[in-house]
Design a protein around this ligand. Structure first.
Ligand code: AMP
Length: 197
């Protein structure tokens, strides 16, 4: 089966919904880079870069990194050649300000978002999944207290973006519950339909 043409895509959903795993699948299928701000931040913390040192405490508390800093990092990443025809952003934008910054970057390229995948999952399920990930991966922001705080931050700052994307007619909601292949198949079908592929 041939791959659909590249597209400019986002995946949003509560922390623990499985966005990272599905982002990789979508990126493979649409032959675009998967760009995760969380991964970029964690790599900087691990590498003890100046950026990493600035953001470490913020990330470990479950708060959001300031918009200006996050927007700059994403704008820089999107200016790279591999993202010219399409990309899959995972974990960005997370605030209304970030949506506007992304719109501006794309407008400069004469481009716009094609679709936003909303991976739906209820809070109890995602908290359970994150507590399990804490045992497996040992992420510093996967303690129960921080996990709960990240859900609150999502509800307050990121969930409002869903209505915004829906208003633009580009929201594709997918049930995130189920095994990885099943959810991936659901996303592919819904995205192909939305993109007319
Ligand atoms: P994630 O891997 O997407 O769950 O992100 C982990 C942490 O990185 C978040 O809890 C935030 O502290 C930070 N982070 C990731 N993406 C963003 C973003 N778009 N804006 C602000 N902070 C972010």
């Amino acid at each position: 089966m041939t791959n659909p043409a590249p597209a400019r895509l986002l995946i949003v959903g509560p922390p623990g919904a499985g966005k990272g795993t599905q982002a990789g699948r979508i990126a493979d299928r649409y032959q675009v880079p998967a760009i995760s701000t969380g991964d970029i931040f964690r790599a900087n913390i691990k590498g003890k870069t100046e950026l990493g040192q600035r953001i470490q405490a913020i990330i470990e508390s479950g708060e959001l990194v300031p918009d200006a800093l996050t927007n700059e990092i994403v704008a820089d990443r999107l200016s790279q050649a591999d993202a010219a025809e399409g990309f899959l952003l995972d974990g960005y934008p997370r605030t209304v300000d970030q949506v506007h910054a992304l719109d501006a970057v794309l407008a400069e390229q004469g481009a716009a978002l094609d679709a936003v995948v909303l991976l739906e999952a209820d809070t109890d399920a995602v908290v359970a999944r994150l507590l399990n990930r804490a045992l497996v991966e040992g992420r510093a922001d996967d303690t129960e207290e921080v996990i709960r705080h990240r859900q609150e931050v999502y509800a307050a700052q990121t969930a409002p973006l869903i209505a915004l994307f829906d208003g633009r007619g580009i929201l594709v909601s997918v049930d995130g519950l189920g095994d990885i292949d099943e959810v991936a198949a659901r996303i592919s079908a819904a995205l192909d339909l939305a993109l007319g592929r």
